[in-house]
Design a protein around this ligand. Structure first.
Ligand SMILES: NC(=O)c1ccc[n+]([C@@H]2O[C@H](COP(=O)([O-])OP(=O)(O)OC[C@H]3O[C@@H](n4cnc5c(N)ncnc54)[C@H](OP(=O)(O)O)[C@@H]3O)[C@@H](O)[C@H]2O)c1
Length: 349
């Protein structure tokens, strides 16, 4: 690892402190180096608050050193006025001569303009250090801006014999049948807190009445998204309790909308997945976890509109019921959570 890579790696570490709190902004870290020593560090904590470069510059005790320093930043410094002034102007005003950038910002408002402005003002700019790692850090932000859709994570739990749920008898209680252990379930709540939205199909709400929140983990509740083309979901379901912002995809206008419960009309005669993703993009949702059931998950797989899958296999067997989705099992990573097996799959382009 060369010197530039060492400091960009530190930028990435710093940026990760903002995981889950920077939406709609990306996670960014910055390090300022003078004479082989780090003299300042910072990261972006929250949208509306100072960017990483501002925090790094502020942390430098002897500001006179800035004129001989190198600023490292995991993502291209911004060149536009958003909620805060452009970071390029700060670098230029402090006459920092060297700028090393991990990766270019895909946001149309920046997209190379920051780098151009710095060069025009005499800075020595190096771009593309640990680029893959910097892109991975902000995979949600990059997918949102480049593909104009949220980053999509499919998640389900299946039994030893490949079922999502046992057969339901009509009189069965309206709640899920657990396949995984309590630690896996807690991990799923952590994952929910890391994404901006969570989606399930109509039948899952009808059968299980899920809350879709993060009650077993501290962190934000994601926006709940449900499909309900024929208004089959009863109004006493948890998803209609107005406790969390909820988007319901339906084929007709609905008079039950409230401040927190929004109905979005789409054409169910056409492929619904691209339409759903387009509406979510318009709602500025950068990431979503799809938690079932089979038909819903399979629609995303068959449309090839997914980025990763996280699949638990529990220890029980159902013999029959709702079959698990079919998915290609390449680019996999396997681990265990006590007796549960957890498989990660990446849908690489
Ligand atoms: N083990 C797990 O991880 C897990 C997770 C979630 C759910 N589950 C289980 O899975 C079972 C439900 O699975 P499921 O496959 O029967 O149902 P589902 O996927 O939850 O819901 C299917 C229904 O959702 C609507 N829908 C799904 N995909 C759609 C699409 N692309 N476009 C438009 N509408 C779409 C349709 O409703 P309409 O027919 O009204 O149009 C469809 O009948 C439940 O028993 C639940 O317990 C297990």
């Amino acid at each position: 690892m060369n010197t530039h890579e060492k400091y960009i790696k530190r930028c990435i570490e710093l940026a990760q402190n903002g995981f889950g709190t920077t939406y709609p902004n990306p996670m960014v870290g910055s390090v300022i180096v003078h004479d082989g020593k780090i003299i300042g560090e910072g990261w972006h904590k929250k949208a509306g608050e100072p960017h990483a470069e501002v925090n790094a510059v502020q942390s430098v005790k002897d500001k006179s050193l800035l004129k001989k320093a190198t600023i490292y930043v995991s993502l291209e410094p911004c060149s536009h006025f958003g909620k805060t002034p452009p970071c390029c102007d700060l670098i230029i005003a402090n006459q920092i001569p060297n700028v090393v950038v991990g990766t270019v910002d895909p946001n149309e408002k920046v997209a190379g303009r920051g780098i151009k402005k710095l060069i025009e003002n005499g800075a020595n700019v190096t771009v593309g250090i640990l680029e893959d790692e910097c892109n991975e850090l902000n995979k949600r932000f990059f997918t949102f801006h480049q593909k104009k859709r949220p980053y999509i994570i499919l998640k389900w739990a299946e039994s030893q014999d490949g079922f999502l749920a046992p057969e339901k008898s009509i009189n069965q209680e309206r709640k899920p049948v657990w396949i995984t252990n309590q630690y896996s379930r807690q991990l799923v709540h952590k994952w929910r807190s890391e994404e901006q939205a969570i989606l399930v199909g109509t039948q899952t709400v009808v059968d299980d009445n899920p809350k879709l929140n993060t009650r077993d983990w501290s962190g934000n509740n994601p926006v709940r998204v449900v499909l309900d083309q024929n208004n089959r979901i009863s109004k006493d379901s948890f998803i209609f309790d107005d406790s969390v912002k909820t988007i319901v995809f339906s084929k007709s206008e609905n008079s039950n909308a409230t401040e927190n419960t929004i109905f979005e009309k789409i054409d169910f005669n056409k492929n619904t997945i691209p339409q759903i993703l387009y509406v979510l993009y318009q709602h500025q949702i950068q990431s979503i976890i799809i938690e079932g059931g089979r038909q819903t998950l399979q629609s995303f797989v068959d449309s090839d509109l997914w980025d990763e899958a996280r699949i638990f296999t529990g220890t029980n067997a159902f013999e029959n019921g709702v079959k698990a989705p079919l998915i290609q099992k390449k680019n996999i990573f396997k681990t265990t959570i006590q007796n549960d097996e957890l498989l990660y799959i990446r849908n690489n382009d």
